[in-house]
Design a protein around this ligand. Structure first.
Ligand code: FPP
Length: 239
């Protein structure tokens, strides 16, 4: 990683592979999620150290309800645990927590935890961590279009900026870099609108093993990309 080269301002992460990590060790899936939550905490600290201002993680998708009820409630339970055990450390480290997704469909206790996380960290500015829960990219676009119509936006007023402003991620810059662990090479309905120009980084490492060294590898990959946004390479622009 080159500290003098441009750093990503927003990293989005699909934290995949907790189940396989646990299976390899003959442990229940929730044990893998628990280790995954530790890797998430470390990721926040590492991104904060690298002065990356935005981080978004995929914690629970609109499709994850298909998992056994015990696993679903276990994942939500980890969020409550994170709040109870780590909120003071997060505040001290100036970490702002924000949640995106269809939050009103979550269990009451999870909604309360989310509100408490947001309320307690609302003054924090070093890094904003967006946690996607009950999130789906298509669901987000559908909800945004409905809201836009209900607000009376006229068809000739619809621009990309207007659409962006009706998404859960309004006021958050698009991700520069998306990381997915565990060898799967797809976006799985994550930030569908926002990742149009993102660089994509895939690694076989399972999420609980994703450490600072892995993050630096991903950032280095990003720094070596030539981001053209549909234009031409910088060195060719004098022709
Ligand atoms: C993907 O692994 C992981 C999830 C669906 C859950 C992500 C949750 C965590 C990392 C815990 C984070 C906790 C907090 C508090 C943010 P998988 O279960 O799909 O793994 P597999 O593909 O190997 O089965």
């Amino acid at each position: 990683m080159h500290t003098e080269k441009e750093m990503p301002k927003h990293i989005a992460v699909i934290m995949d592979g907790n189940g396989r990590w646990a299976k390899k060790r003959n442990k229940p899936r929730l044990y893998g999620h628990r280790e995954g939550a530790k890797a998430f905490e470390a990721l926040i600290e590492n991104c904060n150290d690298l002065k990356i201002p935005y981080l978004t993680v995929y914690m629970f998708s609109t499709e994850n309800w298909k998992r056994p009820a015990e696993e679903v409630s276990g994942i939500f339970g980890l969020l409550e645990e994170l709040y109870l055990k780590k909120i003071n450390k997060l505040i001290k480290n100036d970490v702002r927590l924000h949640f995106i997704g269809n939050l009103s469909a979550l269990p009451d206790s999870t909604q309360k935890t989310i509100q408490a996380c947001e309320e307690k960290t609302k003054q924090c500015r070093s890094i904003q961590v967006n946690v996607a829960i009950n999130y789906g990219g298509r669901d987000e676009i559908k909800a945004g279009v409905k809201a836009l119509i209900e607000a009376g936006v006229k068809s000739d007023e619809v621009t990309e900026e207007v659409i962006s402003s009706y998404l859960y991620t309004k006021d958050i810059p698009d991700p520069d870099l998306v990381i997915r662990t565990s060898g799967e090479m797809r976006l799985s309905n994550f930030l569908t609108w926002q990742t149009a120009y993102s660089e994509l980084y895939f690694t076989d490492t399972l999420w609980p093993d994703f450490d600072k060294e892995e993050l630096i590898k991903a950032v280095t990959y990003y720094q070596n990309r030539d981001r053209r946004f549909g234009g031409i390479a910088k060195e060719d622009s004098h022709a």
